[in-house]
Design a protein around this ligand. Structure first.
Ligand code: BT5
Length: 277
């Protein structure tokens, strides 16, 4: 059940929402452990595609691999959307890339800033992380039942909202752009971009999104990176994105090319090399 105490955000957002499916219905909480966890419960209970959960703050915001997403109140966006795409589970990681493009498009449109997507699930501004994405799926007997697409965007967080150890790695759109971001307007625009890209992806697959992803990509071909992947640390030169969204690397001295489906990327020499700001 939504928390009626702070319906201003939802009322404003609902008035501005121009989507057919995404964000309908919308559940809003002043505080919740994790919008992804709640959306997954709704999905298991049969909630329709498009159902969205937004919170003003999260007490247990989740990143990947059990990490924490810092989620202070009143300043940012914490959004989870339930999707039910009729696709094989193996294609679900592409939704991270899709969401990153949607966030980047929204940042350009609403803030006039130049974002950069860091594969697979971060959006940076000025080399610092302003957005993280967490796609979690539910399967039954190997078949995909639903995906919860969670998106956290630092909109108006001051530096003091981040713990010390994040202050040189994280930023908000306010800190980077110098202007307060209208939170419901950003959320409405993001849902519009998400829906447009989701429909394109359903109809034409990831290849139709790849040019937009490449347009916003943080590193150019040839950038030296290391990736902490599930299969181990891989170092190499970026060759680009494969047709399914996998990262293509030319590995070390061996010259062999590698396909990576998941991992944490570090740019050799820091974010200023080969990174658009
Ligand atoms: C992510 O994980 O970046 C996915 C974050 C997804 C958050 C959304 S909010 C709505 C929905 N509900 C949830 O519970 N989650 C989703 P990962 O790539 O593992 O990055 C996590 C790391 O980012 C942390 O270990 C920190 O280093 C850093 N971090 C944590 N909070 C941050 C923040 N607010 N801004 C920037 N960096 C942050």
């Amino acid at each position: 059940m939504s928390d009626p105490a702070d319906s201003g955000f939802v009322d404003t957002l609902s008035r501005q929402l121009q989507t057919q499916v995404l964000g309908k219905p919308l559940h809003f909480f002043t505080t919740i452990d994790s919008t992804n966890t709640y959306a997954a419960q709704l999905a298991r209970a049969g909630a329709a595609e498009g159902t969205a959960v937004i919170a003003d703050s999260q007490s247990g915001g989740k990143g990947r691999l059990g990490r924490t997403w810092v989620s202070p109140a009143g300043v940012n966006l914490y959004l989870s959307v339930i999707l039910r795409p009729p696709v094989p589970a193996a294609t679900v990681p592409q939704l991270n890339l899709l969401a990153a493009v949607a966030v980047a498009d929204t940042v350009v449109q609403v803030c006039g800033l130049t974002p950069a997507i860091k594969w697979p699930n971060d959006v940076l501004v000025g080399g610092k992380k302003v957005c993280g994405i967490l796609a979690e799926m539910q399967t039954e007997g190997g078949a995909l039942r639903s995906v919860v697409l969670g998106i956290g965007v630092n909109l108006n967080a001051p530096l003091s909202a981040f713990p010390e150890e994040l202050r040189d790695k994280a930023s908000s759109l306010l800190l980077s752009g110098g202007r307060l971001v209208d939170r419901p307007a950003f959320a409405a625009a993001l849902l519009t971009h998400l829906e447009k890209l989701y429909v394109l992806w359903l109809e034409q697959g990831f290849l139709a999104l790849r040019p937009a992803w490449e347009h916003h990509a943080a590193w150019l071909m040839g950038t030296q990176i290391t990736v902490a992947a599930p299969e181990g640390i891989v170092a190499g030169t970026v060759l680009g994105l494969d047709s399914d969204g996998a990262l293509l690397l030319q590995e070390g001295n061996s010259g062999t090319s590698r396909r990576l489906l998941a991992g944490d990327v570090t740019v050799v020499g820091g974010y200023t090399q080969g990174v658009r700001s």
